[in-house]
Design a protein around this ligand. Structure first.
Ligand code: NAD
Length: 255
């Protein structure tokens, strides 16, 4: 399906060497977009995603940064802007659980790592993108939050859930702050989404418990997340939508 106003738009997707970010990058490539694919520890996979974007009809550059580092986030956004001469869309997608721990055993280092990865990176990349978007008189920021932001997480993942709570609140607040610059800010909240290394972060019994409560009785797949990002990126489809969190969770949690 072609969404005409997306062709040629410049987008940076953090964490797009794997998983949801890679699926979104490929989806944007199929729209003929110019995609900055970002990786950190998976640069070979980032190169493969870029090749897929080009094969689908888009343009791609590959950038590397550790998004836990605020300076690296600023440089990442600036490099993407330089590569394409503009930045129409920023997708703050890099993130993860890091590791599960009950709060009573959680160290300050774990707090810094989880909050740095999931929360501060969204702040740092968004802050860096705003001057470019203001100068262009418009832009779109979409962050990947989580179902965990609303239900507290799936067990021993309180820090992760709380850091995604930051992402959802940041989305609403920033949307109000920058609407006058024609910048729309939204988020996508995946539920239980299958991916190749899912069992490393989520034990099978937790997935089974979630599926029993999911009306659709299955996990989502990576491609099923892409439509929400396409919709929120397209002015033609969502020009009056800002400050929203779109839930992609098979009905597991309803507003
Ligand atoms: P994933 O592990 O494939 O993707 C995470 C990406 O973040 C990876 O590409 C990784 O390289 C990148 N990343 C991690 N640490 C980084 C760092 N320090 N610097 C730079 N990049 C870093 O898993 P995914 O499921 O595709 O996750 C994508 C987003 O979706 C994350 O924000 C995650 O929290 C969120 N999410 C996933 C699910 C799910 O069920 N899969 C559910 C809700 C939310």
């Amino acid at each position: 399906m072609k969404i005409d106003d997306l062709a040629g738009k410049a987008v940076l997707i953090t964490g797009s060497s794997t998983g949801i970010g890679a699926a979104v990058a490929r989806g944007f490539g199929a729209q003929g977009m110019r995609v900055a694919v970002h990786g950190n520890s998976n640069m070979e996979q980032a190169e493969q995603v870029a090749a897929d974007v080009r094969a689908a009809g888009g343009e791609a550059v590959v950038l590397r940064a550790d998004v836990r580092d605020a300076t690296a986030c600023t440089e990442l956004v600036e490099t993407a802007c330089k590569a394409f001469g503009r930045l129409d869309i920023l997708i703050n997608n890099a993130g993860g659980l890091v590791r599960r721990s009950p709060i009573r055993d959680a160290s300050d280092d774990l707090f810094d790592e989880v909050v740095g990865l999931n929360a501060r990176s969204v702040f740092s990349c968004s802050r860096a993108a705003l001057p470019f978007m203001e100068r262009q008189n418009g832009g779109v920021i979409i962050s990947t939050t989580s179902l965990a932001a609303r239900n507290g997480g799936g067990g021993r993942s309180v820090l992760y859930a709380a850091s995604k709570g930051f992402v959802s609140s940041f989305t609403r607040g920033l949307a109000k702050e920058v609407a006058r610059f024609n910048i729309r800010v939204n988020a996508v909240a995946p539920g239980v989404i299958d991916k190749p290394d899912k069992s490393a972060s989520t034990p099978a019994h937790q997935i089974d418990a979630a599926l029993r409560m999911t009306p659709m009785r299955r996990q989502g797949n990576l491609e099923e997340c892409v439509g929400a990002y396409l919709y929120l990126s397209s002015h033609a489809l969502s020009s009056f939508v800002t400050g929203q969190v779109i839930e992609v969770n098979g009905g597991l949690l309803m507003p």
